[in-house]
Write a protein of this length. Sequence first.
Length: 234
Amino acid sequence: MTISIHPIPGIPEVSRGDDLAALLIGAIENGGLGPEHGDVLVVTHKVVSKAEGAVRHLGEDEEADYRQAALDEAVEVLRRRGPMIIARTRHGFICANAGVDRSNAAPSTVVLLPRDPDRSAHGIRMRVREATGIDLAVVVTDTFGRPWRSGLVDVAIGVSGMEAILDLRGTTDQQGRVLEVTEVAIVDEIAAAADLAMGKASGVPAAIVRGLAYPKGEGRATDLVRPADQDMFR
């Protein structure tokens, strides 16, 4: 299987009320990228949040307002270190500052997570299918740290048109051993791979992953949230 990843340039700065799906479709077609059946359209949450108005304006004391925005978005604060908190969001995600971010945000603003990223992904997918006749999967991403490794990586916070987890339990490895616990977070793998083509500072907020045989279905990114009683890092 050969997989290709295609960044989607030409998407303008997104503001509240913009038709993000139309902007994505236009950029895909202008770039000669299709779309094609079986593609995975990967979109960073920043443009989703901006289109949905999930942006908060900061006052004169921007640092204090930024910290307050993180507290307001948090359902539970798990850890603190200086001004940073590790928090659980309403979606169940565990992340720094409850996903509130100042990177790629307009001056004196912060970008929040979408209210329902799975629903956002589904809405984009339906608009693409309506406009082009092409059925693809959509993954909405954000950048998270990991408690057991240094560095950041893009993960899926919204998904539509595919399963979030590739369940290999009950299958066998090359030696014929039955796999008992192997579940692959395939949407996270897609998110991280697509970020290699988009980059953090390139101004390209979307990419197409092509050639991947992914499990079709109606998974949700919240399927990846580990229940608290199974979370050994809490």
